[in-house]
Design a protein around this ligand. Sequence first.
Ligand code: FAD
Length: 410
Amino acid sequence: MAEISEDQLRRRTRDLLADVDPAEATQFEFRGAQFDRGLARVDFPEGKGGLGLSPKAQTVVDEELRQGGRYWHDLNVNPIGIGMGGPTVLAHGTEEMHHRLLRPMFTGEEIWCQLFSEPGAGSDVAGLATRAVEDGDEWVVNGQKVWTTLAHVSRWGMLVARTDPDAPKHRGLTYFVMDMTLPGVDVRPLYQITGEAEFNEVFMNDVRILDSMRLGERGQGWHVALTTLMNERVALGGGVPARGSGLIGVLTAAWEKYRDDGGGENAADAVHHRVLRDRVVQLWAETEVLRLTNWRARTLASAGTPGPEGSVGKAVSAELNQRIYECLLDVVGPEAMLFPEGYSMERPEDSAFSSFGSPSPVRGFLRSRANTIEGGTSEVMRNILGERVLGLPKEPGVDKNTPWSEIPRN
Ligand SMILES: Cc1cc2nc3c(=O)[nH]c(=O)nc-3n(C[C@H](O)[C@H](O)[C@H](O)COP(=O)(O)OP(=O)(O)OC[C@H]3O[C@@H](n4cnc5c(N)ncnc54)[C@H](O)[C@@H]3O)c2cc1C
């Protein structure tokens, strides 16, 4: 911690809890006050939601807020905004953007989405085709994005577009903050396996974005996008929840509720019981290892953009999450064949994020299948780990220096 002790930080958080009446204040009011006191993201600079401290100091604040009963998980409030948009705007945006965008992002008044993936560009997102053409002090954007989580409730989108098709693919991109209410932005739902439509297709037809909403230099969009992607991995896989809480807490609670007395007279049940208990304990231990690994990473991290090691937590937590849900269904037993919520084709109107830790076993199980795809697939995480953390030989980049316009595509 830089110039403020842990005790002082605790006191500052308790003062917030004492001054902003938890019974009266709404989420927006409370989190607005939290932002103004530098307790939103303590690693951000003063006046911008932080205190310029090390990221690990946030755990002290969060602990106090949890105890005070006023803790909202950022992944529930504005997952893409707080986890990825905030650090990107801070690192590459102007002062004006910081002051306009960060506070309502943190409170959840303005939800954000990520406009990266396209039908022809997912893992290879640098190959994207959405075009932005400069016209005076504006850019005219045409193209299509896909899998855009929460676009239907978003005020802002992080858009990467191709501004120089004749440059190699990584060098011809530019990054914008797009107002999702602009004329020409068309958001259409994509229904998923759970019955909800939490993500969308986004079509842009002659959307005019002011040049002042450009993040970073022209042609530097890939560099800016890496800030988003590195933070995305940490946001998805780098959590340090209280021990035994979250999804693993759901599993252990289910175990308590559904376990029998050890199988009684029935030998087969007894074996099943022991095997299941062994799986529950194994998953608890693995969750704890991940939690402590993330804790250690957070302790070592300095402020700024995280490095490629964020891929470790993302890959491990995605696969662990899936295995916990698989075990949860086995613990619940035949009841897990039912889906009481049904396929009601809901369109979540708030930003509640079902990805990590849905309390409904069946819905959570279904949703968890996406964990190893969203935010970069597990194969891609392993490539990053191999190449950038372990220093193994790189995949051949056959089109790396070829102008994007000359790369063959369907
Ligand atoms: C629930 C969910 C939410 C999402 N939300 C968003 C969002 O808000 N915004 C957004 O922009 N995108 C979003 N995405 C898109 C996501 O980032 C992409 O789906 C992901 O990057 C994979 O891209 P793809 O689907 O095009 O698959 P592809 O890239 O076509 O991959 C297909 C398969 O090939 C494998 N593969 C590809 N390249 C390699 C390689 N080099 N080495 C080894 N294997 C490889 C992949 O691992 C995968 O198994 C979301 C996806 C999901 C599932």
